[in-house]
Write a protein that binds this ligand. Structure first.
Ligand code: FES
Length: 123
């Protein structure tokens, strides 16, 4: 990590899910018509957080931290929401993730999405 990673077409990123891009250690999703890149690393002790399609949230199997689709904190031992990488979209419509530019996750209590869990948890 530490560089700019080209990923997928912007038009292939949807509000309904999060798509994993291994080369950038990132989940891409769309919020308010903007693509955001959420770092896979759990802000608790660094495990790779999973996306749970069934619940529509991020879930960390290590110690049970839960985050909404925006990576915002829901519950568990994590001290904040998931961190994000800077994103740009080039002229060809490809999303580039700058893994050297990290924005720390918001503190617990931050909830910008009105998306309660939509089903059973995976973990
Ligand atoms: Fe994710 Fe502990 S590392 S909950």
């Amino acid at each position: 990590l530490g560089g700019v990673v080209k990923t997928i077409a912007e038009e292939d990123v949807f509000t309904s899910t999060a798509v994993y891009v291994r080369t950038a250690q990132t989940y891409l999703t769309r919020i308010d018509d903007e693509v955001v890149a959420i770092w896979q690393k759990c802000p608790h002790l660094g495990c790779r957080v999973s996306w749970c399609e069934n619940s529509g949230q991020f879930e960390c199997a290590c110690h049970g931290s839960y985050f909404n689709r925006a990576g915002e904190y829901r519950s568990g031992p994590a001290p904040r929401g998931m961190d994000r990488f800077a994103v740009t979209v080039n002229e060809q419509g490809i999303v580039a993730v700058d893994t050297g530019v990290v924005t720390r996750g918001a503190p617990p209590g931050t909830e910008t999405l009105d998306e309660p869990p939509r089903g059973e948890r995976c973990i």
